[in-house]
Ligand binder design. Structure first.
Ligand code: GLU
Length: 429
């Protein structure tokens, strides 16, 4: 487990929750129930490595709340994974499913490992080992995993296969984010990034800003960032800076080009984890700047789409005057300290669990398709996704306007109310 630093994602998730619990006057029992995960599983995954030695990996699956439906949420592979991060992420999943009003709860999983240093065979063994430890406690009607940071459709397929071997049948609804043709849904890969931009498109419309007249700076170049950039550029927007992690140097860099980044060009020089090759980027006339440079760009829109704890009390002051919108593609990128400054400055935030809910919404569609064993065309998937995201966005932005709430708080009000009501109606509190 990573050594603890001052930042703790679970404390942050609770701080956000407590603020709204006070605002709503939530009773003590409901508060207690929702501040904590319902269930946690911590386990060891022994794996025979390619060199013949056995290494033991630590895994977690945390089910924060399932009052509205089976727990739902991804599994992350990360060398600095901590149980508190997984707790926070499971809690955010509960709010995410509630805010887009899909019949699912919140869960999250993680394994402390670094896929950069693992062969495909070793990664497969971790996936299968993870399922062997948790198979009895997950499933299509209890808890449904999905991809997240550094996990892919292939990982999901290995996990499904292991589950089906143990369960002795076909259960494609036990996991989502599977490859298309193997129970996956068209559009699932694009869904999270596109969802961010569906929300952004609506925010720009409300502010009377034409996308073609705007510029953006993006943190991250993984799945979410790449598809957010793709759709934003299709709408006519210009991305001038992209920041990402450099595995070799163990730090991040920002890649800047004032004339706009070319997505295909950058994809061509990027590894499967979203790391951009510096030497090749320089040859393509990108300026290579320090990792933090993405946040201080003179742009209209910032899209943090990497990890948690990125816009903090320390760097929030670097955000340029011109920035009007922050669309959070990552989970938990902004700390409460930074939030206070952003709110004060009147920058419009599309909060993480609303902005990035496209992924889980499409996962829900994937489950529905698996259950009826009938798969939709791309247009149908993306059309339904757009409808769901646009409706959720407007419900929150209307409430924020009416009650003069910060967007994050408005989203929390809706989500917490829905989950609290489900707990009450079930007679839990
Ligand atoms: N890991 C994604 C998220 O944080 C997707 C979860 C899912 O599809 O279940 O929203």
């Amino acid at each position: 487990m990573a050594t603890s630093t001052a930042y703790n994602a679970f404390e942050m998730a609770r701080t956000q929750f407590d603020k709204i619990a006070d605002l709503l006057g939530l009773d003590g029992a409901t508060r207690e129930l929702l501040r904590n995960p319902l269930r946690e599983y911590h386990f060891s995954i022994p794996v025979r490595m390619d060199d013949g030695n056995v290494k033991v990996f630590q895994g977690f699956r945390i089910q924060h709340n399932d009052a509205r439906g089976p727990a739902k949420g991804g599994i992350r592979f990360h060398p600095h994974e901590t149980v508190d991060t997984v707790r926070a992420l499971s809690m955010w999943m509960t709010w995410k499913c509630a805010v887009v009003d899909i019949p699912l709860g919140g869960g999250k999983g993680g394994v402390i490992c670094d896929p950069h240093h693992l062969s495909q065979r070793e990664q497969e063994a971790i996936c299968r080992g993870f399922i062997r430890q948790i198979a009895r406690n997950i499933g299509p009607v209890s808890d449904v995993p999905a991809p997240d940071v550094m996990t892919s459709p292939q990982h999901m397929l290995w996990m499904m296969d292991e589950y089906e071997v143990l369960a002795g049948g076909h259960y494609p609804g036990m996991i989502t984010g599977k490859p298309v043709g193997m129970g996956g849904s068209l559009g699932r890969t694009q869904a999270t990034g596109y969802g961010v931009v569906y929300c952004l498109r609506e925010a720009l419309r409300e502010k009377d800003l034409a996308p073609e007249a705007t510029t953006a700076s993006v943190q991250g170049f993984g799945n979410v960032a790449q598809y957010a950039i793709q759709l934003y550029q299709q709408l006519g927007g210009k991305v001038i800076c992209v920041a990402c992690w450099d595995q070799e140097d163990q730090k991040s860099y920002s890649f800047k080009r004032d004339s706009g980044v070319n997505l295909d060009e950058l994809r061509g020089i990027t590894d499967r984890f979203g790391g951009i090759d510096k030497v090749k980027a320089r040859a393509l006339k990108y300026q290579v700047l320090p990792g933090e440079a993405w946040i201080e760009q003179d742009v209209d829109i910032l899209i943090p789409a990497a990890l948690e704890n990125q816009i903090t009390g320390d760097n929030v002051g670097k955000i340029a005057k011109r920035v009007k919108i922050i669309a959070e593609g990552a989970n938990g990128p902004t700390t409460p300290q930074a939030d206070a400054v952003i709110e004060e400055r009147g920058i419009f935030v599309i909060p993480d669990f609303l902005a990035n809910a496209g992924g889980v919404t499409c996962s829900y569609f994937e489950q529905v398709q698996c259950n009826m064993n009938y798969f939709w065309e791309m247009d149908e998937v993306l059309g339904k996704l757009d409808l769901k995201m646009t409706a959720a966005y407007h419900a929150i932005s209307d409430l924020a306007r009416k009650r003069k709430l910060y967007m994050r708080d408005a989203a929390y009000v809706v989500a917490i109310n829905r989950v609290a009501e489900a707990c009450r109606e079930r007679g839990w509190v």
